[in-house]
Design a binder for this molecule. Sequence first.
Ligand code: ATP
Ligand code: MG
Length: 261
Amino acid sequence: MATTLAQLPAGSPVVTVDHVSLNYFNDKEPLPVLVDVSMTAGKDEFVALTGPSGCGKSTLLRIISGLNKASAGTVKIGGAEVTGPRPEITMVFQNFVLLPWRTALENVMFALSSRRELSEAQKKDKASKALEECGLSGFENVYPGELSGGMKQRVGVARALATEPEVMLMDEPFSSLDDLTAERLRKDIYALLINPTTSIKTVIMVSHNVEEIIELADKVVVLSSRPAHVAGEFTIDLPRPRNKKSPEFFSWVDKVYSLLS
Ligand SMILES: Nc1ncnc2c1ncn2[C@@H]1O[C@H](COP(=O)(O)OP(=O)(O)OP(=O)(O)O)[C@@H](O)[C@H]1O
Ligand SMILES: [Mg+2]
């Protein structure tokens, strides 16, 4: 599987969401959440997913990750249908829960605990490399309680990265951080995606922060209010690094906002 995605030409679809619908069942009454949603995320592409509060963004991400099952439609990763969690997909959450009694390194190694083919030394190597890529060299032996919010989130990203995923799904990864911390982490995460030495081929990020989306995304998919369908999709063709003060930047922000409101 890993080699198949690595061999895909840039831009070809890595994640294909095809006519996905989902109903939740509360007290036996179906709650329609997603209706006929189709989207793709290509190789080397950073896709942002946005939409009104409660419309079903996290649900869609969970379906892509294989944690939730669609009521109809399919999700494919490089052509293979997702029927449950897969090793090439990983998820970063808004508030990563770290185990307080384990060091940063041990928290990252924990993500590799089911990898029986790896020795403890190999797990340690992979975890140290992931911490280093996330800017946490020197913090291997620190406990979560001694880390700032931004650093905890970096450990969360390192934990995801250590599993060497090809598809990184992020659910509002920066929304619990202060502006400056979030800004720095955004830049670093984008650098990880385009860095050819990391395994990541595609990122799908849920966010309701339109400026953050225009700063990072190659493509933005806007969902309607619940039950959600795709209200619009834009390719953000601004050059990088993006100038957050340019009129072109604001015109993109306006365009996405107008679809959300
Ligand atoms: N496991 C569940 N069982 C039943 N209903 C659910 C479940 N998870 C979510 N919902 C409902 O489905 C709808 C969509 O939820 P979801 O969390 O996917 O939306 P969201 O767009 O991520 O919201 P937010 O902007 O608040 O993060 C909401 O009305 C929510 O209450
Ligand atoms: Mg959500």
